[in-house]
Ligand binder design. Structure first.
Ligand SMILES: [Zn+2]
Ligand SMILES: [Zn+2]
Length: 128
């Protein structure tokens, strides 16, 4: 899914403030997650998942939404988190893209690594 990045201000010599907003709809493709220690080593969980797994692949336990990762780990979703919004290189990308509204993509590359890239004003691909 595509996000947008609206940059209003990039740092200048006089003032190093940056102003930007992240837009777009946040969904599973940008939600971050972590392994649930509480569920991961519980043998009874696997059977419970088989029974209760919701049609959309989500599963509630101890008040949190879980999913199964591609590697089979039981993960807790960081609901309302966005890997783009939280990305450590986001401000770098903002500076590289400059003022304007840009399409930005965020992808999970495995091992906790998220890649972000934006499209510049001429459609060129920009990596931070
Ligand atoms: Zn998002
Ligand atoms: Zn859990």
């Amino acid at each position: 899914m595509t996000h947008t990045l609206t940059v209003k201000k990039v740092p200048s010599e006089a003032d190093d403030n940056v102003e930007y907003t992240v837009g777009g709809e946040h969904d599973r493709s940008c939600e971050t997650y972590f392994i649930c220690d509480q569920c991961q080593d519980d043998e009874s969980i696997t059977a419970e998942i088989m029974d209760d797994w919701a049609a959309d692949g989500e599963w509630m336990r101890h008040g949190r939404t879980h999913i199964e990762s591609e590697g089979g780990d039981i993960m807790v979703l960081h609901k309302n988190y966005c890997a783009l919004r939280e990305h450590p290189d986001l401000s770098l990308l903002v500076e590289q893209l400059g003022v304007g509204t840009h399409d930005v993509e965020v992808d999970y590359w495995g091992d906790g690594r998220w890649e972000i890239m934006g499209y510049g004003s001429k459609g060129e691909v920009v990596y931070p």
